[in-house]
Design a protein around this ligand. Structure first.
Ligand code: UFG
Length: 329
């Protein structure tokens, strides 16, 4: 039986497909290629260019392929964009998931692992963040992801489907093969934007705010390697296959780095001075987001391999240096 990866041409999806194929699994990828890249799809995966909102096409896929479980990455995921175009997020993330769950229920596919986010917490009450802490998103992206979690929960009660929601902190890094890595257009994430400076695509990095209540005044985030995230999806799917109940897990390293610390690591890794300019705060940025991932470690047996920021940034740099224009260069 095959594993269906929705959004398998995107950043975290493509890395998960690589890990699944490496583990000898049969993989089907569906992606509408709006933000994903055909070249990011592992050559051994069967690819369908499908939008999850296209129920007819999804039904046809479920009829053709023998699907054991679904890993669902297909969503819009930019915090800033979600604030100016919220209905796009309701349409793609919520309507897309309604349509998907209908199709799954109709075809008797009852296991789903999906991308949730630290943005479901909003401004955290305490650090590190635990799964049962208050969820009060401060942006529409986080709101739609929280609603997806709730949608799964109610669908589970009614139809017996089981799910795992994985709340990622800051995904970064690239695959060890050098074949796939992070590629967004426009790019807004800190590490790839910093690396545009040594790559000659940007003169300096803008630091969004230096007046946060943190050790150097810049925001603290928990950076987690994309391959470690990918492994967690496989563990979560196997947990459901073995009969595990509905669950939610944080995925982070449990260590926070400030924006300035990340820039310093990038200077060391690239040997470039990387000029930085202090700019005003970016709307909606919480001061600190650091995960407790003890639950994923205990319940799923997850063991992140890349817990050192220098190694993570080095893997990102290897990809960006070799592919300055992502999959289009
Ligand atoms: N930052 C800068 N300059 C930049 C880009 C980012 O200073 O050019 C700062 C941001 O203000 C933030 C930190 O670097 O403090 C990290 O920013 P990212 O945009 O890389 O990541 P976010 O923490 O904003 O967002 C990530 C994921 C989202 C998820 C969110 C959870 O990308 O999908 O974590 O809060 F929703």
């Amino acid at each position: 039986m095959a594993i269906l990866v929705l959004g398998g041409a995107g950043y975290i999806g493509s890395h998960t497909v690589y890990e699944l194929i490496d583990a000898g699994r049969d993989v089907v990828v569906a992606d509408n290629l709006i933000t994903g890249f055909r070249k990011a799809v592992h050559p051994k995966a069967r690819f369908y260019e499908v939008d999850i909102r296209d129920k007819k096409a999804m039904d046809a896929l479920f009829e053709k392929e023998h699907i054991e479980g679904v890993i669902h990455f297909a969503a819009s995921s930019q915090v800033g964009e979600s604030m100016v175009d919220p209905l796009k997020y309701y349409d793609n993330n919520l309507w897309g998931t309604i349509s998907l769950l209908e199709s799954m229920v109709e075809h008797g596919v009852d296991k789903i692992v999906f991308s949730s986010t630290a943005a479901t917490y909003g401004e955290p009450e305490r650090m590190p963040i635990l799964e049962y802490d208050r969820t009060q998103p401060t942006n529409c992206y986080g709101e739609t992801k929280l609603a997806m979690e709730k949608m799964m929960s109610w669908t589970s009660r009614a139809h017996g489907l089981r799910y795992v929601a994985l709340r990622y902190f800051n995904a970064c890094g690239a695959h060890a093969s050098g074949e796939i890595g992070e590629a967004h257009d426009p790019e807004t994430h800190l590490i790839p934007v910093i690396l545009q400076v040594p790559n000659g695509q940007r003169e300096k990095i803008s630091v969004f705010g230096e007046d946060y209540p943190t050790k150097d005044g810049t925001c603290v985030r928990d950076y987690i390697h994309v391959t470690d995230l990918a492994q967690a999806h496989i563990l979560a799917l196997d947990y459901l296959i073995k009969g595990g109940e509905n669950n939610v897990f944080n995925l982070g390293n449990g260590v926070g780095f400030t924006v300035k610390e990340v820039i310093d690591v990038a200077r060391k890794v690239t040997g470039h001075a990387i000029p930085a300019e202090i700019c005003p705060r970016r709307a909606g940025d919480p001061a600190q987001l650091v995960a407790s991932s003890d639950k994923a470690k205990t319940v799923l047996g997850w063991k992140p391999q890349f817990n050192d920021l220098e190694t993570i940034v080095s893997s990102a740099w290897a990809w960006h240096k070799a592919h300055p224009h992502g999959f289009e260069g």
